[in-house]
Write a protein that binds this ligand. Structure first.
Ligand code: EPZ
Length: 447
């Protein structure tokens, strides 16, 4: 799979319907939460993506029985026989994802200790875990760093605490939730992340018997309980995948109905989509996105934590902004190296200049630190095909959009990264009329 080359023939508008399933940024966390229960859990609307496969493997390593249910997209997880996993086996999973860090709380509650291998995930910034380690220490965990990874113990169990995050990190908020729900006493977390995926995880934990309240000013209070049961939950739809298809419709002058997309989770995206000149209609089971014809408008955009403009929407939208008339400004405030992918777009004929200043918005953590985290995009640009090697998940999907909007045939490599977060993307592209092919796989199937 690593060296597959996808040929993308550009020039055809994407038209038709795709369906988005459960959110990539919720489903693996809900699977980890199942470890906290003393009874089986059932998760529905689970997409077939590699991040889910990785967590399934990690759960099975820890003695959790995981199997598909009757319904498509249904996962049954039985954690009653949880056991310590072998460090080498866990290590085999190292480097593939960031999710292993979230096993800490549940394993400390169930087994009193945990091992965390080196973490992977998209190279869109340094992505340190200092917030995670400091909150775990606040709960009373003892952390020993070794070359192969982190050994964590809770000699006196985990105790409720009061913590404030330096930045509303999604991962660190999940870390606190998964540790606090069965900790002794009450925990108060301020400056917390409140993304829809966080709220959905809180719904999962409440179904298991947890006591959690969220205030409007990013404070989450958790009253620890001694025992949790299993849950039955339908994962919220993937608003990040939905927005990616919306940007594909805009950049290819297409018309796509995204079944499963939900207005509530995408309000900020929909506002920006309309400001750029895209059209959409909200329907009971989904959202239709289309290019209404005519020029697109250049805009000034700043990414932020929820309810601001989500950083994972930025890369697909940047491709659409190469087709807008005038100068667009993008200020990426969540990750310091999430605009590097634009160099390939410039090779295709776009005009994108990067800056280390905080352009068009409020100064952020990365200002004056030599991080090229602002971009000026001059459009409209006529894109032409080129060879594209995918650096990370969202850049990967953005390259597909650019190649589909371009003239000629692009050769795209590293497509396994897209499978981390986009279920069955090639079949969906073909259903929308895209002309894409995987010659290597065709050759193998013929052979
Ligand atoms: C989650 O990553 C998502 N991944 C990301 O989606 C998403 O971009 C991000 O949240 C922000 O919404 C998953 O849920 C698997 P963070 P996470 O902790 O939890 C800094 C995608 O494409 N930070 O909110 O890793 C960090 O470096 C992916 O779907 C620290 O400094 O993100 C970053 O600058 C990409 N120290 C910022 O906080 C820490 O200990 C936000 O990171 C933790 C984070």
């Amino acid at each position: 799979m690593q060296d597959d080359v996808l040929l993308v023939h550009g020039g055809s508008p994407l038209e038709g319907e795709v369906r988005v399933k459960g959110a990539k940024n919720l489903v693996p966390k809900a699977m980890v939460a199942a470890l906290l229960g003393e009874a089986p859990s059932r998760l529905r609307n689970v997409p077939e993506i590699s991040d889910v496969r990785i967590v399934k493997g990690l759960l099975q390593l820890h003695g959790v029985a995981v199997r598909e249910g009757e319904e498509p997209g249904e996962l049954l997880m039985d954690p009653t026989q949880v056991e310590q996993a072998n460090v080498a086996d866990i290590d085999a999973h190292a480097g593939s994802s960031r999710i292993p860090i979230l096993f800490c709380g549940p394993l400390l509650h169930r087994l009193g200790r945990a091992f965390i291998p080196d973490l992977g995930g998209c190279m869109i910034g340094d992505r340190p875990i200092d917030f995670h380690l400091s909150v775990l220490r606040e709960f009373g965990a003892v952390i020993t760093k070794r070359p192969e990874g982190l050994y964590i113990e809770a000699p006196n169990g985990l105790k409720g605490t009061k913590v404030s995050l330096p930045f509303p990190s999604v991962g660190a908020t999940e870390q606190v939730l998964l540790a606090a729900v069965r900790a002794e006493g009450t925990t108060e977390l301020s400056n917390a992340a409140v993304e829809p995926e966080i709220i959905d995880l809180i719904c999962v934990l409440q179904k298991m018997g947890a006591i959690i309240s969220v205030t409007t000013d990013r404070v989450i209070r958790i009253t620890g309980v001694s025992k949790l049961v299993g849950y039955d939950h339908r994962a919220l739809p993937d608003r990040l995948e939905a927005a990616s298809w919306a940007c594909a419709a805009l950049a290819t002058h297409g018309d796509i109905y995204v079944r499963g997309a939900r207005q509530l989770d995408m309000m900020t995206f929909l506002n920006v989509f309309r400001q750029v000149g895209g059209a959409f209609s909200i329907e009971d089971e989904g959202i239709r996105f289309w290019h209404p014809g005519g020029p697109l408008n250049a805009i000034a955009l700043e990414t932020d934590v929820h309810p601001g403009f989500q950083t994972d929407w930025q890369q697909p939208l940047v491709v659409a902004l190469t087709q807008a008339t005038g100068l667009s400004i993008v200020h990426e405030t969540v990750y310091e190296r999430r605009l590097g992918f634009t160099s390939a777009l410039n090779q295709m004929g776009a005009t994108i200049q990067l800056y280390s200043e905080c352009l068009g918005g409020t100064p952020c953590r990365f200002g004056q630190r030599n991080f090229q985290h602002s971009a000026v995009i001059s459009g409209p640009a006529k894109l032409h095909a080129t060879d594209l090697d995918i650096p990370d998940l969202r850049a990967g999907f953005s390259y597909l959009i650019a190649a589909l909007a371009a003239e000629g045939t692009s050769r795209v490599t590293g497509i396994d990264l897209i499978e981390r977060g986009y279920e069955d993307f090639q079949a969906k592209l073909e259903a929308l009329g895209a002309r894409v092919e995987l010659p290597m796989r065709v050759a193998e199937s013929v052979a």
